[in-house]
Design a protein around this ligand. Structure first.
Ligand code: SIN
Length: 326
């Protein structure tokens, strides 16, 4: 059997970063080009053939609609072409979960799509980028990866886009999943799935749009007044996600201000600012016309709400059904 053919889309991040010394703490992400990266990867003699495309070379704090549109276009073409068996996206770790979730919602699941990053730059002692990449190759070469949606591979674990979150600023074990911790274990020589694929043969759940509606996130904190809502919401705003305290809670004055917006037709989703935040519906949500974000982080709840509003879904009951289904 011939080696699987993998399209590698490079966007930058620490996996392509350089410090200029093996021990320096500060470094610049997005310094190495895809051909230089792939020549190091080819030296590992992995059982795969690579085609590299440089989509961007940025720190992922600058990730946004233009790069997302290019990634989506290249992924879709590769999923439709006989030429490729899977796609790997090299990405900064800071916003990898958002890119993974957006692509997860807008791509069909007929071939593996895997995001991978690194916590240490390429010239640092203990660079984790090549090991993570070798693991990603094993996952992207496995046809069973396809029916699990977009995946994120970091530190020998495979995470589903819905669950994955960056939870640490230091160390290579920086990612975790919630509510599912991870969906598989991987090394360069072995891959073990925890259970069967759950999205086999699914079409894209939403049409991809680069120009998504304006949906800000309101981070709740002690001492917050209703003014914070007025300062956040502009004429452009089409919905609001609350990164609430505990189970999506907020001060009474903020609740009243947001309930006023919801009464006028603005979708409001309650998520949690906690790393393991699970927000269920409470009786007051009916009266407030709020939506419970369930297990999605505020940043993923924002993407789902943007996709829903862009596809014309704006009433709280229909939005709630979509959040319940994720
Ligand atoms: C980034 O997200 O681009 C910087 C941090 C990283 O990749 O680890």
């Amino acid at each position: 059997m011939s080696d699987p053919k993998i399209l590698v889309l490079a966007t930058g991040g620490t996996i392509a970063g350089m410090a200029g010394s093996a021990t320096r703490a500060d470094y610049a992400p997005g310094q190495i080009g895809i051909e230089q990266f792939l020549s190091s990867a080819r030296a590992l003699k992995l059982d795969a053939q690579f085609t590299g495309v440089q989509i961007a070379n940025i720190g992922s704090e600058d990730m946004g609609p233009d790069v997302w549109a290019a990634l989506h276009r290249h992924c879709l073409a590769a999923l439709e072409a006989d030429e490729f068996d899977g796609v790997i996206i090299t990405h900064g770790t800071d916003t990898a979960e958002e890119t993974a979730f957006l692509l997860d919602m807008t791509l069909p699941t007929n071939k593996p799509v895997v995001l991978v990053g690194a916590m240490r730059p390429a010239d640092a002692v203990g660079y984790d980028g090549l090991r993570n990449f070798a693991n990603a190759v094993r996952v992207a070469s496995n046809p069973e990866a396809a029916g699990r949606g977009v995946l994120v591979v970091m530190s020998d674990r495979v995470h589903a886009a819905r669950d994955v979150r960056k939870s640490r600023t230091r160390g290579t074990e920086a990612f975790r999943g919630f509510p599912r911790e991870s969906v598989g274990l991987v090394t360069p020589s072995a891959l073990e799935w925890f259970g069967a694929p759950w999205r086999v043969g699914e079409d894209a759940r939403f049409v991809f749009e680069a120009d998504l509606p304006d949906v800000p996130i309101l981070l709740i904190h002690a001492g917050m007044t209703a003014d914070y809502v007025t300062r956040l919401v502009t004429n452009q705003t089409r919905g609001v996600v609350v990164a609430g305290a505990g189970e999506g809670n907020m001060p009474e004055a903020v609740r009243r201000a947001l309930a006023g917006l919801a009464a006028d037709g603005m979708p409001v989703v309650r998520a949690s600012r906690l790393d393991e935040g699970l927000v269920d519906r409470e009786p007051e949500d009916d009266e407030n016309r709020f939506v419970a974000g369930r297990a999605l982080t505020p940043q993923k709840a924002r993407i789902l709400l943007q996709l829903l509003i862009a596809s014309g879904v704006t009433d709280p009951a229909s939005i709630q059904m979509e959040f319940d289904g994720r």
